[in-house]
Design a protein around this ligand. Sequence first.
Ligand code: FES
Length: 114
Amino acid sequence: MNVDITFLPSERTVSVRAGTTVLDAARRFGIPVRTRCDGKASCLMCKVVAQNGSGLSPMQNNERYKLGGLEAEGTRLACQAKIIGKAVVEVPEDPLRAAVRKQLMRQAEEDKLW
Ligand code: FES
């Protein structure tokens, strides 16, 4: 059985087999999710935010322990959360990319002054 997952902010919806992890689905369709441990739940770089709370597998104790309270905001580890129904997740912007974007915006504002 296939299920749909929508990745934000790109609003890209893809269909995958139920039980696929969010990380595997993202990789399969070229949606960038940061990772260093390759899905072993140790780097904590693959955090995504579940938008509707449903559609993902229940959180296991290991994931809850690793998140250390962030789960209350809907944060999940993409490598641990399995897609079991229609799901929507937000993939946070890469911190380095966000810093560069902010610097470019700041520079553009300064350029307007001249
Ligand atoms: S990929 Fe490293 S914790 Fe998920």
